[in-house]
Design a protein. Structure first.
Length: 371
């Protein structure tokens, strides 16, 4: 019977054996893909000084750390924070310990992140975040590599029907400079109305010229053509040419869509961002894009996969054959089975039920016998 003290906080949950096995298999398969492409894994700590976590990504300020658990470090008396995103930590490593490493620098990571409060659409407050960062390059080639690597990692984990939704995070800032001028106080209002896809609100905010952007969405080819028609002054030409090249590199590896005004989750991305989806999963599996590391101002491109979500659509890994080891069994024979890929369960007491413990074989002498 569950007692009050056995309950977990809202948004946190145990992962039982079958689900934990899917998560572990998906994580290993994805990390193997990153390693095969030359990405070296780093393991930053679970918590850091708040100022370091908040100030490492260009476009993110200390005032925007409300999603992180914070407390005072009794040793330094400075504010510490539990990470809600590992990307800033990788940026710190690249800018400090690996500042002298040859560029482009390819780093991979995987670890738990937590937030104080989750959204209604995604109530989870803890996520297993896995990703890759390509640091020192802001090119179309780097962006293409990041997208293709994410797709390959998802496929290795067993996902199918993959979709990539592209966006232009700095779209409004770029157009507001010259093509569709806006006063500084208007820019945020126009961004907000574009986020909500509110045509009336956009007009009221003084963004009538931005109305066509609301309709330049959907399948990549048609949305790109609509966006080029909006971009009569050529302010977006290099970005749109870049998107076209990235889409060409993806080819038929994934379905591609374009929503140029989407900003949710792209707070520190610069000219390019993308969200990853998979058939059968309601929520995004991950996202990525280009950004700059604050302090060093070094360009980077990367992506994050949320392994817990990814595992929801991944197949259950095939269980290893399990052999029951009776009391007094031959330890050398048991070791040989494990070396061959078997799973073994050793008997601890009389009257154990081998089948109830998940065993399909029992070791008899040197060989397993099916139960």
């Amino acid at each position: 019977m569950t007692q009050p003290n056995d309950l977990l906080p809202e948004g946190l949950e145990d992962r039982l054996p079958a689900e934990a096995a899917r998560i572990t298999a998906a994580m290993r398969a994805s990390l193997d893909v990153l390693g095969a492409h030359g990405y070296d894994r780093v393991r930053p700590p679970l918590l850091e000084f708040e100022a370091s976590l908040a100030g490492r990504m260009a476009g993110v300020t200390v005032g925007e750390t409300s999603t992180m658990f914070r407390f005072v470090d009794p040793a330094s008396l400075r504010t510490l924070a539990l990470r809600s995103d590992m990307t800033p930590q990788v940026g710190r490593i690249a800018a400090t310990s690996l500042a002298a490493a040859p560029r482009p620098l390819r780093l991979a990571y995987c670890g738990d992140t937590v937030v104080i409060k989750a959204s209604q659409l995604d109530p989870a407050r803890e996520r297993l975040q896995l990703g890759a960062e390509l640091i020192g390059s802001d090119s179309v080639a780097a962006a293409s590599e990041a997208v293709m690597l994410a797709i390959e990692a998802m496929k290795a984990a067993g996902l199918t029907g993959i979709s990539v939704d592209m966006t232009l995070p700095d779209l409004v800032d770029t157009l507001a400079e010259k093509a569709f001028p806006l006063a500084p106080e208007q820019i945020e209002a126009v961004r907000r109305e574009l986020d909500t896809k509110d045509a009336g609100g956009l007009r009221s905010a003084g963004g009538s010229a931005y109305l066509p952007l609301l309709y330049a969405t959907g399948p990549f080819d048609s949305a790109l053509a609509a966006l080029r028609a909006v971009d009569a002054g050529g302010a977006l030409k290099t970005r749109l040419d870049g998107l076209e090249k990235i889409a060409a590199s993806i080819g038929d590896a994934a379905r591609i869509t374009l929503d140029p005004t989407e900003r949710h989750g792209f707070e520190y991305q610069s000219w390019f961002g993308f969200t990853l989806y998979s058939e059968g999963l309601r929520r995004a599996v991950g996202r990525g894009g280009t950004y700059r590391i604050a302090g060093s101002d070094e360009p980077a491109t990367g992506f994050t996969l949320y392994v817990d979500r990814l595992a929801e659509g991944a197949p259950q890994p095939e269980a290893a054959r399990t052999c029951y080891l009776p009391l007094g069994h031959d330890r050398a024979a048991a070791a040989r089975l494990r070396a061959e890929g078997w799973r073994t369960v050793a008997q601890l007491a009389e009257a154990e039920d081998a089948k109830a413990l998940g065993c399909g074989w029992v070791l008899a002498g040197d060989n397993p016998i099916e139960l």
